[in-house]
Design a binder for this molecule. Sequence first.
Ligand code: NAD
Ligand code: UGA
Length: 477
Amino acid sequence: MVKKICGIGAGYVGGPTMAVIALKCPSIEVAVVDISHSRISAWNSDKLPIYEPGLEQVIQQCRGKNLHFSTDVEKHVYEADIIFVNVNTPTKTSGLGAGKAADLTYWESAARVIADVSRSNKIVVEKSTVPVRTAEVIEKILVHNSNGKIKYQILSNPEFLSEGTAMQDLLNPDRVLLGGNDSLEGQEAIQKLKDIYAHWVPQDRIITTNLWSAELSKLADNAFLAQRISSINAMSALCEATGADVSQVSCVLSKNTKLGSKYLNASVGFGGSCFQKDILNLVYICESNGLFEVANYWKEVVKVNDYQKSRFVKKVVTSMFNTVSGKKIAVLGFSFKKDTSDTRKTPAIDVCKGLLADNACLSIYDPRVSEEQIRRDLSMNESHWDHSIQAKSTSFTSAKQVSVFADVYEATKDAHGICVLTEWDEFKTIDYHKVFDSMVKPAFVFDGRNVLDVDKLREIGFIAYSIGKPLNQWVNC
Ligand code: NAD
Ligand code: UGA
């Protein structure tokens, strides 16, 4: 019987995932541990370290009962029957495979703690996204660093939640994937993990595979999703050149049951902590296996994403008479998607940096991202974004060029142009008449998420652009 679970890593995955297990399995004690004191104290406070709709309610219901947040990693690892490892696995920034391979430093240090303090058999669950065959490495670390009496079963249970809908995704998942080895002990371990999920997930949504299929399926899943976005974004460029409308093209594709409707929204580019890192990780694995053509294929998905972001910046600059120097551009939305405060790899960073490079003055508004976070992101070296522990705030050199506002009307006042970079619902209901009246003319809007009614904006008087849509000159063709 599983009595105690320990989750190592209290981030975007560890926090919500462990909270849902605690909610659905009241007889199991769940401890979430992290080396970051500030993160743990935030989890124990009224202001949680991450914003996720529905999370606060679950935390309030379980915290202090069967859900505990702690920095005492050793104690909770020692006591646990099952250990979920939810640590970050960012892209390596130096050494072999730098810029592509996954950095497993955090995973390795977690494995070493498990080996050091365990005095009873443990099931160790890979929740983090890792390169295929990581379980083999982890097993070596565990076995070679313990006294040989303790038996470890390593399972792969990759997480498929999306930020912004994490609670829904966890409470009602499309699938739960469990990978383990074929031995009797391996199968028993899988059964124990299955029994936990069976508290709320129907049996037919729990898929079991071998370890390597489970590890690779997670990378494949993200690569396929990102590939769809890069495909539709590539089409958006062609739409703009020909007078086709990318929303109409998406709509046609979405009705093809072989394709389906999701992940066909053209955008300023995909962001988030996982797509780019996981594709690059896949590229590195392919290269390590001598599969250079396959590696190049996946590399292009990331390249098209970079192209989409720079194409957007170019569109803004060329539309505004080839210069934005000294012009005020209001940036609406900074998080990488709506309903999250997460800014890791958000396209807003690259777009803002591109505009700043052309000497624009930015006034930024996001309903959930703090000024401190925005300034940190704009000053940070890209390679540090996912290394939260190493990341040090550096002084932001262009501070004069950037203002951050808590009110959308303040941010847009006296602006020459507006760039919508996140699809927050509230941007649809802004009083654009009022905004237009307060702006410098001609007033431009660049909708990087295709969420605004550009026809209405044009009626008001804006010069409006949206991704992959005909510009005004095509309208009468
Ligand atoms: P995160 O950076 O938000 O959280 C990771 C946490 O682990 C940090 O708080 C860090 O302090 C902690 N940590 C690192 N090393 C530790 C150690 N040795 N002991 C204790 N704590 C340690 O990362 P995340 O977004 O939660 O992602 C975690 C993993 O899950 C990654 O592999 C990611 O690819 C994967 N994933 C993320 C998402 C997502 O939406 N963010 C979705 C699915 C999978
Ligand atoms: C993604 C996957 O969807 C999850 O299945 C996976 O678990 C997770 O990565 C992970 O491994 O971290 P997430 O990054 O949280 O989830 O968010 P998504 O909803 O997938 O959006 C990613 C980016 O793509 C966002 O910037 C979003 O705006 C963009 N996007 C998404 C588009 O531009 N168009 C679309 O049609 C969909």
